[in-house]
Ligand binder design. Structure first.
Ligand SMILES: [Zn+2]
Length: 188
């Protein structure tokens, strides 16, 4: 019985100044750093969008639903974790999306180990999910957490969404899937 925090995609390109900036991203990074030492997690991990050539995930004329401006490209500063996120508590970083879109952290791996296996190997049975963006990668990661039989909770005040409409839809979908929700999502 242990509990982990999954910090989803708190990367430069998803924060202010990045190529796919989500309003409130930098504030979320700082708030997560403050939250971690007070919350008593047994384990803390992060995920990163980590693109090399993800095909149709990138588009010159993106729709911001399924296609996006280039972001989090390996070898650029945009792929790095935001400086306001304290890296010291992070035990592992799970990279995803090298050659195709990958919204869920459960598609990621760290040193060849998939996230679900890493968590199970440490006796984790419940996870908190925070990060960017509420309506995309946080949503997909939390849904996969319950799909993988972890009890899952999203701390909405430690997330930021791309748009209000898709964020509201994601929150309802998470609720229906049995994900516990706490706090209020950041709305600029
Ligand atoms: Zn991506």
């Amino acid at each position: 019985m242990s509990r982990a925090l999954i910090v989803v995609d708190v990367q430069n390109d998803f924060c202010e100044g990045g190529s796919l900036a989500v309003a409130g991203g930098a504030a979320v990074a700082a708030a997560i750093s403050e939250h971690i030492p007070t919350a008593g997690y047994d384990h803390v991990v992060a995920t990163r969008d980590h693109h090399i050539d993800p095909g149709r995930h990138f588009a010159d004329q993106p729709d911001f639903l399924e296609t996006w401006p280039a972001h989090c490209v390996v070898g650029t500063g945009g792929v790095e974790l935001h400086e306001a996120l304290d890296r010291r508590p992070l035990e592992a970083i799970f990279d995803k999306g090298e050659y195709a879109a990958a919204y869920s952290g459960f598609e990621g791996s760290s040193d060849g180990v998939a996230l679900a296996d890493w968590l199970r190997g440490r006796g984790v049975d419940s996870v908190d999910v925070v990060g960017i963006a509420t309506d995309h990668c946080v949503r997909a990661t939390a849904l996969d957490a319950v799909g993988n039989k972890f009890a899952a909770r999203v701390l909405l005040h430690l997330t930021a969404g791309v748009t209000d409409g898709t964020t509201d839809a994601a929150i309802e979908e998470l609720r229906m899937a049995g994900v516990q929700l706490e706090g209020e999502v950041h709305r600029p």
